[in-house]
Design a binder for this molecule. Structure first.
Ligand code: IVH
Length: 725
């Protein structure tokens, strides 16, 4: 992507016409980068690359002053850095919230909590309700009352160090006020910008001819992620506190009490907050906030409900990446009209053909939308969506925009129903839908390049192997160059460094040839040395990044294989259930036999159903899949066993079966608690079971335990066993 930027002929050799053409190209490139940064909050250039473009524009203007225009790109500031901040690991992961889109969803949320805690269907529960502000979350660590670190959320595990910038935010105290804070205190909250301040800032930018931010969220994000902290200081960025991470000692026993302490220590809270004890009271709060929304000084996208008591929060714990004790109740989605220009078909890693709507760009709720998902063939038919139609697009929070409906009155007279392809657009194989499935899949399997590329993308992606620098574009390049066809090839790239460099240079040459052709002349690429140096540095960094990922978590390894039905959660469950990759492979091999103990053990894992189990066993029954895994291990990839969540717990690594009715907790809570202590909870008893916890009226499982000589505990004995201290 960067190869074409700022490269090419020296400005000194330009004719006026060439300079003009180059100026137009640079302006366009900078405009794209500005849109990505200011409107979409998704920078496509690094600071350095953006500066290189600007320097080149300046050089042109210096030689050809007549080319300086009112909207000259030289008058713009640099784009946001996408590199340049130190990475920081969060001691306590920063999780997200589940969403509720209706009162029914909220009712379910409250009922779920009651059921989990084993409370009566109408038992009151104390909740704190707060506005959900649309900014970016940030974690502030204080040591002995002094700010020592500010980090963005990042992917929740690892964020960026923005301490220097956070120090310039007025709402973020450098030194805490009041007293009684613990030695280590991590306060979490949202960095945002008020609407009025945002409007004022944009107006000033417009005056100065600077590009405008699309919305306060992007403005806040862009301002915090500035390499130059002085810029942050000039921006009206604010912060409110609503949660916490690492603490050296507890700071309260309820959400409400902790809010009060935050306020006493000098933080701003998100107001108006309220208390409620049932779903009806939560709805009343929601409606009140919805009515007050236009008058609030900041943009909100919903409200958040949190169980007040921390002991209950603790018991409720987390599902996947979100707490069971909190939910975000979102406001209805925002909509806009636009025109459907084209329907593209993408081929996914399992061969699924997914239609994507290409739209005339339109702003929906402050974000420019040009693509929307169409889900599948059925959806297009059901809504009778046709190319050329005027459609209503909708965007809710961070979900992918959707097409809600077609405006039939505006349908062009010559429009025709969309015909879904029955061939893979990439490899030409037949695309068919399996019985009972709406999705059409390419039957090309391993021979379909689209599937292969998508599998590689998945493998290298953030939640799988997370290989920095091996993004979509590079995967395509190395695939096309024949360097990387299967995951293991990635780990052999260092052995083929020269070929990798050649591929990168070939891309560069192709890009510059295309540019020359566009300019209609044979221009010499006369200063390539610096660019080549930079490309080689990128290659070196990529190879280092690959080496660094040879040691990868077993969960990421399994997830990266792209087994059908195996998402992150299942992959983690598998990694917890099988200590090493060798164990896992052996058991999956044995489990092919329906009568085997391995299969029984596999199916006994809570959370592994018959369909998922079948898909996994089938995957490993295929020679080429096993070979691909072997090849990875042979290439020096060493999947690391997961760290136990609590290694010093007496039940860590043990397999437990709960049976009969429990008295002090629900079955669901018992299971969640055991798992959080590192135990595996199974649904049936086998020789591998360590404990059977038997409540009242235990039946066949208790009997099985006795027969197999498995330790049987009463509920009280179990509680005593897991009691801390
Ligand atoms: S509590 C365990 N409270 O919404 C998660 N989050 O959609 C604790 N957010 O990542 C988060 N206002 O960035 C919480 N009053 C509020 C919030 C809030 C906005 C953001 C936060 C979070 C995201 C989840």
């Amino acid at each position: 992507m960067t190869a074409q930027d700022g490269a090419g002929k020296s400005v000194d050799d330009f004719s006026l016409a060439e300079a003009e053409a180059e100026m137009a190209r640079l302006a366009e490139r900078m405009r794209e980068a500005d849109i990505a940064y200011y409107q979409n909050d998704a920078p496509i250039l690094t600071d350095g690359d953006y500066d290189a473009l600007r320097l080149r524009v300046e050089a042109i203007v210096a030689r050809f002053p007549e080319l300086e225009r009112d909207d000259s790109p030289t008058r713009k500031v640099g784009a946001a850095p996408s590199q340049g901040f130190r990475k920081v690991r969060h001691a306590v992961p920063m999780l997200s919230l589940g969403n509720a889109f209706s009162e029914e969803d909220v009712g379910d949320f409250v009922d779920r909590i009651r059921r989990f805690l084993g409370l009566a269907a109408d038992a009151p529960i104390d909740f704190v309700a707060e506005p959900k502000i649309d900014g970016l979350s940030c974690a502030l660590t204080y040591e002995k009352g002094r700010l020592v670190l500010a980090a963005t959320r990042g992917d929740g595990e690892e964020g960026e160090d923005v301490t220097a910038n956070a120090r310039r935010v007025d709402d973020i105290p450098e030194i805490l006020s009041g007293e009684g804070w613990p030695d280590v205190l991590e306060v979490r909250g949202e960095v945002y910008m008020e609407r009025a301040a945002f409007a004022e800032m944009n107006a000033a930018r417009e005056q100065a001819g600077l590009p405008l931010f699309a919305n306060p969220r992007n403005a806040a994000a862009g301002s915090l992620r500035q390499l130059d902290a002085r810029i942050t200081a000039e921006r009206p960025v604010r912060f409110f506190a609503y949660a916490w991470g690492r603490l050296s000692e507890p700071i309260g026993s309820t959400q409400g009490a902790i809010r009060d302490r935050f306020a006493a220590w000098g933080f701003t809270l998100n107001e108006p907050a309220a208390r409620a004890t049932d779903a009806e009271a939560l709805f009343a709060y929601y409606r009140g906030i919805q009515a007050a929304r236009p008058d609030l000084p900041f943009d909100i996208d919903g409200v958040v409900y949190k169980v007040d008591r921390l002991d209950l929060q603790e018991r409720l714990g987390f599902v996947s990446r979100a707490p069971r004790w909190a939910v975000a109740h979102k406001f209805p989605a925002e909509q806009a009209f636009t025109v459907l220009e084209r329907i593209d078909i993408q081929v996914g890693r399992t061969g699924a053909l997914t239609p994507v709507a290409r739209l005339k760009p339109v702003t929906v709720g402050g974000v420019v939308v040009s693509n929307a998902t169409l889900h599948n063939e059925d959806e297009i038919q059901r809504k009778d969506i046709r190319v050329g139609d005027t459609v209503i697009v909708q965007r809710a929070g961070d979900v992918i925009p959707q097409i809600v409906s077609v405006v039939l009155e505006k349908r062009p007279a010559d429009s025709a129903p969309y015909v879904f392809p029955d061939k893979c657009p990439i490899c030409g194989s037949n695309a068919v839908s399996e019985e009972g499935e709406v999705v059409r899949r390419c039957t090309g399997g391993l021979t379909c390049p689209a599937q292969a590329v998508e599998r590689l993308r998945h493998f290298a992606s953030r939640n799988a192997f997370d290989i920095e620098g091996l993004g979509d574009e590079n995967i395509r390049l190395f695939f096309d160059a024949g360097l990387v066809r299967a995951p293991a090839d990635i780990f052999h790239m260092r052995d083929r460094e020269q070929a990798v460099k050649d591929a990168v240079l070939a891309r560069r040459a192709a890009q510059s040839a295309a540019r020359k052709e566009a300019k209609g002349g044979a221009l010499a690429d006369d200063k390539p040395a610096k660019k080549i140096e930079r490309e080689f540095k990128d290659v070196a960094n990529l190879l280092d990044a690959i080496d660094a990922r040879r040691e990868v978590g077993l969960d990421r390894f399994i997830f990266g294989l792209g087994i059908r039905h195996v998402g992150e959660t299942t992959a983690r469950l598998l990694a917890r259930s099988y200590a090493t990759i060798d164990d896992f492979l052996r058991e999956m091999h044995l489990a092919k036999d329906h009568e085997s103990q391995a299969r029984a053990d596999f199916l006994a894992i809570d959370g592994i159903g018959a369909v998922v189990a079948g898909a996994i066993i089938d995957f490993f029954a295929e020679d080429h899949n096993r070979a691909a895994v072997r090849a990875l291990l042979d290439a020096g990839v060493r999947p690391q066993p997961l760290e136990r969540q609590e290694t010093n717990s007496p039940v860590a690594g043990k397999t437990v079966v709960f049976t009969g009715s429990l008295e002090t907790m629900t079955r669901q809570e018992a299971k969640a608690r055991a798992e959080s202590l590192g135990a595996k909870v199974a649904g049936s008893v086998s020789k591998k079971t360590d404990y059977v916890v038997a409540g009242a009226d235990a039946g066949s499982k208790l009997k099985a335990a006795r027969e197999l000589g498995v330790a049987v505990l009463s509920e009280a004995e179990w509680q005593a066993l897991i009691q801390p201290g």
